[in-house]
Ligand binder design. Structure first.
Ligand SMILES: Cc1ncc(COP(=O)(O)O)c(C=O)c1O
Length: 378
């Protein structure tokens, strides 16, 4: 605050270097949110009306909204239920002449298939945008998250691994794309290489005010300095949950493989098959009644009212995503969570599940099907 530089100053530059470094990239472009970063990535890649962009329905809505902002069409690809990320085979099958980009998300920070997406994008010469808003600090097959796409975007909303209150960061190795994003975030001004260069009132393109303030960048620098400590702590909390929940047969735990080092964003469990949305939602309500905040993370994007109305999506369009989504529960998860709190959440979850099992057991059995199906040919 005392520096006298509250916007466009050295803290933004330092914060950009720190995040870019962590993602193994040459450039970081700080922006006002993850959504703003994705929006600028779409513009910088030249995506526009008439184009299709492939993405996942199992994510936060901004992963698809950024495609609509530029007038293009989101094409959803169903997920592989084990990881929650797009099924690579289905992704490849969805590519058409109109496909202008792929927006791939690390769902809850899980980077599975990122290497396959890179291969597919290269094969069809389509840029891959890594929506890595949920994965800062994670590693997959020895590559840092944020290093897979032609461009990657991190988000620093308060629920993320690090926060700047609001904020985001575009990362890339592409000089031209970085320069374009720097201009776009700053009202389309030319990028000044020296303090005297570039005119404040000269606008080369239609730009936006998506800047990150120096105050937010200063917070970001301090957060980045603590990133490893916070990730270690989050890993410890995740391990405590694994320990406590491992013995509950109705709870499916996050699918972590030896190819990844998780950067824990949230801790999301999934109920096993007999459970549906109805039981899951009752469990969440029951947990909340015991002052344990839980959420139905994520409802599918294609079934959000706006998407249903605009594109006429129906239940059943992306069955794997829907089947996973209707049974997920995000449990309380934060750095300072201690063993007693984890135990309390786990025990309460088990009680709620047992209650649902009793209800399921006491439901009348469905009527036997008739021996012969009625003749419908007439
Ligand atoms: C996968 C994903 N993409 C995009 C965003 C949008 O980021 P922001 O809230 O900073 O705009 C988020 C989180 O909020 C996210 O989880």
């Amino acid at each position: 605050m005392r520096s006298g530089r509250l916007s466009i100053g050295p803290r933004q530059v330092r914060f950009e270097e720190m995040v870019a470094d962590r993602a193994g990239r040459r450039h970081g472009v700080a922006v006002s949110s993850g959504t703003a970063g994705l929006h600028l990535a779409m513009i910088a890649l030249g995506v526009g009306p008439g184009d299709e962009v492939i993405t996942t329905p199992f994510s936060f809505v901004a992963s698809a909204n950024c495609i609509l902002y530029v007038g293009a069409k989101p094409v959803f690809v169903d997920i592989d239920p084990a990881s929650g990320n797009m099924d690579p085979e289905k992704l490849e099958a969805a590519i058409t002449e109109k496909t202008k980009a792929i927006v791939a998300v690390e769902a809850f920070g899980n980077p599975t298939h990122m290497d396959r997406y890179v291969q597919i994008a290269a094969k069809y010469e389509i840029p891959l945008v890594e929506d890595c808003c949920e994965g800062l600090g994670g590693v997959y097959r020895d590559r840092p998250i944020g290093s897979f796409g032609r461009v990657g975007v991190f988000g620093f909303y308060p629920n993320k691994q690090i926060t700047t209150g609001e904020g985001g960061m575009i990362v890339t190795d592409d000089d031209r794309l970085a320069e374009m994003c720097r201009s776009l975030r700053n009202h389309g001004r030319a990028v000044a290489r020296t303090p005297d260069e570039g005119s404040w009132l000269h606008h080369e393109r239609l730009g936006y005010n998506f800047r990150l303030s120096e105050i937010a960048a200063a917070v970001g620098i301090c957060q980045m300095e603590r990133l490893d400590k916070m990730l270690t702590r989050r890993q410890e909390v995740a391990c405590m949950y694994f320990d406590k929940l491992m013995g509950y047969p109705q709870v499916m735990l996050p699918n972590i493989t030896d190819k990844m080092k998780m950067s824990w964003f949230v801790f999301v469990v999934r109920l096993t098959d007999p459970f549906t949305t109805k039981e899951r939602d009752r469990i969440i309500t029951g947990m909340r009644r015991h002052e344990i905040g839980c959420a139905n993370y994520f409802p599918p994007i294609h079934l959000q009212p706006f998407y249903r109305e605009k594109f006429n999506y129906q239940q059943g369009d992306f069955p794997a995503c829907e089947s996973v989504s209707q049974r997920t529960i995000a449990l309380p998860f934060f750095n300072r969570m201690d063993a007693t709190q984890v135990e309390l959440v786990s025990l309460t979850l088990n009680v709620m599940i047992q209650r649902e099992m009793l209800i399921l057991d006491n439901q009348p059995a469905p009527a036997d099907p008739p021996d012969e199906l009625p003749d419908r040919s007439s």
